[in-house]
Design a protein around this ligand. Structure first.
Ligand SMILES: C[S@@+](CC[C@H](N)C(=O)[O-])C[C@H]1O[C@@H](n2cnc3c(N)ncnc32)[C@H](O)[C@@H]1O
Length: 222
């Protein structure tokens, strides 16, 4: 498999106005690419950080069975309203993933909520609990360790992450590399695939993160 891909930066789906200021969706083209590569119709595709549901909605459109967890109630309600398989999105905290009655999963695509290394509130708690960057990485590792028990043998897990560029006031966060290292403690790290963007929207991502490519970290269920 090629280790870099170039895809259109497209988000076709219209979302309600309330989400426009915090539209951190994954481009649909990226999800489509990996679902095509690693799944067949009827397979179960899971996202533990469902957000506005790109993984689940694309999976359903491609005749796969979507499953996901989302902690934010408004986002959960929106995704639920868009899915045909409405009960396949769970409102909850992925840190408790082992408490949910998940099916056996064929494939995972996810973009976890990110944290900068100088932040002091844990994004995995909805920024409600204090926590260091190391706490965040440890908890992410724990989520993927719990996930391992629900994966079918040979299931691939793709985690999209960025490094976060320095700003005038903030240090660089090597998020993609730190996430790769942390999750390697839970799953078998196989390779990174670098996603580059063509077309509209590219400058937006560069503006936010300092880069216009992302790392798709590929793991095997071990
Ligand atoms: C980067 S967004 C995912 C975007 C998604 N890929 C999409 O295209 O819409 C990360 C999501 O993780 C959710 N989240 C954060 N902590 C969580 C947790 N502990 N359990 C489940 N969801 C969580 C956030 O509310 C946010 O919607």
């Amino acid at each position: 498999m090629q280790t870099y891909i170039v895809l259109p930066y497209e988000k076709h789906r219209q979302i309600p106005d309330e989400f426009h200021d915090d539209d951190n969706r994954t481009p649909e083209s990226l999800v489509e690419f990996f679902i095509s590569q690693f799944t067949q119709p009827g397979d179960i595709v899971f996202d533990p950080f469902a957000g506005l549901g790109t993984t689940l909605l694309v999976a359903e459109e491609m005749s796969r069975v979507p499953f996901g967890i989302e902690a934010d109630e408004q986002r959960y309600e929106y995704v639920r309203s868009q899915l045909t398989m409405k009960d396949n999105i769970i409102l909850g905290d992925s840190r408790n993933l082992d408490k949910f009655n998940l099916p056996r999963i064929d494939f995972v695509f996810t973009s976890p909520i990110f944290m900068r290394c100088d932040e002091t509130e844990n994004p995995l708690s909805g920024f409600r609990e204090p926590g260091t960057y190391q706490d965040y990485l440890d908890q992410l590792q724990d989520i993927f360790r719990k996930l391992r028990g629900s994966l079918k043998p040979g299931a691939k897990v793709i985690v999209e992450a960025f490094n976060l560029g320095a700003t005038s006031k903030r240090p660089m966060t090597l998020l993609a590399w730190d996430v790769a290292r942390a999750l390697s403690g839970a799953l078998k790290f196989e390779k990174e695939i670098i996603a580059c963007w063509e077309g509209t929207g590219r400058t937006d991502t560069q503006h936010i993160y300092g880069y216009n490519h992302s790392y798709c970290l590929m793991f095997d269920s071990k």
